[in-house]
Design a binder for this molecule. Structure first.
Ligand SMILES: NC(=O)c1ccc[n+]([C@@H]2O[C@H](COP(=O)([O-])OP(=O)(O)OC[C@H]3O[C@@H](n4cnc5c(N)ncnc54)[C@H](O)[C@@H]3O)[C@@H](O)[C@H]2O)c1
Length: 317
């Protein structure tokens, strides 16, 4: 991939939940995309999934039936990895297993040119471990999306010490060109940045449920009617800075620091949820209004809401 040009042809290797959504995103932005999966049945399911996601975009007014036609025509499913040889960028989204990914990345490298970027969607594996089998690790990195990537703008870019700066810059430029919001994660930590924060939140949510402090439906509202709305427009630093008049974060730490410490002292620090917390969550999930609709209906509901929200935030036209 040339250092200044954006990829015109890309490949999605692994066509499950994430690979299918990446493929749709690329195609929506005018990029030609080859979709490969080692399993033919998965490739077939991906075609159906992409059509369903596309029809949800049409149903929610992001595309018209007419403008959806060229989007679909830019996506070429293939059951032969040789079909991806012409691409400038590969987004690997195969099963989350180190051995499977290392093998897949090595196979991808054999098919594409030395300058093609190879990005992994991995949520939990380190890029250093994934690069082990590559002859040219400098053109690989993690480009971690959020489900579903065609609707959630954030992507986390994680290089290793072997990844070249040129690769990071090109991946960032490409993601920006797709209307994504790339952030750089400078150290390889489990969960990168966002999933570490999410894990901390989920621990406390389970803890409040387990201790009978707040019920499951009300805990959902903590996000949907409160924290989630505020955090959709500003991050935690801005939120707390604006909470204390004009003094900013300095005043926040002065005024609310002791209060915050007293909260933290009462919080659990377990690394595995207690069995009772898991049992309560599993027993209660079907009572939640959205989940009681059934899985497919809940996904349609989710995507319609995400489309409205990301649109109002300026990420979708
Ligand atoms: N699901 C999420 O919410 C989410 C979010 C962000 C990142 N991710 C990451 O995305 C990746 C894919 O996750 P998913 O949820 O789409 O999984 P999935 O199980 O839905 O899809 C994985 C696909 O990879 C295919 N596959 C396996 N080995 C292959 C190979 N050697 N070559 C080509 N295809 C192969 C499988 O047939 C399957 O279709 C994982 O690394 C995961 O950590 C997932």
């Amino acid at each position: 991939m040339k250092s200044t040009s954006l990829p015109k042809k890309v490949a999605c290797v692994g066509a499950g939940i994430i690979g299918s959504s990446w493929a749709l995103l690329f195609a929506m932005k005018g990029v030609e995309v080859f979709v490969y999966d080692a399993d033919r049945a998965s490739l077939e399911r991906s075609k159906t999934k992409i059509k369903e996601m596309l029809s949800s975009l049409v149903g929610n007014g992001v595309l018209t039936a007419r403008s959806a036609v060229p989007v679909l025509s830019r996506i070429s499913p293939t059951d032969d990895l040789k079909g991806i040889s012409q691409v400038d960028y590969v987004q690997e989204s195969v099963t989350e297993n180190l051995a499977v990914k290392v093998k897949a990345l090595r196979e991808i490298e054999c098919e594409v040119s030395e300058t093609s970027i190879i990005a992994s969607s991995t949520s939990g594996l380190s890029i250093s471990a994934l690069q082990r089998g590559l002859r040219h690790p400098e053109r690989s990195l993690v480009v971690h999306p959020f489900n579903p990537p065609h609707l959630i703008p954030l992507v986390e870019l994680v290089p290793s010490e072997k990844t070249s700066e040129r690769t990071v810059a090109a991946a960032r430029r490409f993601m920006k060109g797709l209307g994504r919001e790339p952030i750089l994660v400078k150290k390889q930590l489990p969960g990168l940045a966002a999933n570490r924060i999410q894990a901390a939140i989920f621990r406390e949510v389970l803890n409040l449920l387990n201790d009978g402090v707040v019920g499951m439906e009300d805990l959902e509202k903590v996000f949907t009617a409160g924290l989630g709305i505020r955090l959709a427009v500003m991050g935690q630093f801005t939120t707390f800075s604006l909470a204390t008049g004009e003094g900013g974060l300095g005043t926040y730490f002065e005024c609310y620091g002791p209060h915050s410490s007293s909260i933290l002292k009462t919080m659990e620090t377990w690394t595995e949820p207690p069995r009772s917390a898991k049992a309560k969550a599993v027993a209660g999930e079907k009572e939640l209004p959205v989940l009681s609709m059934g899985h497919e209906e809940a996904l349609r509901w989710r995507d319609a809401k995400l489309i409205k929200l990301t649109r109002s935030l300026g990420y979708l036209s």
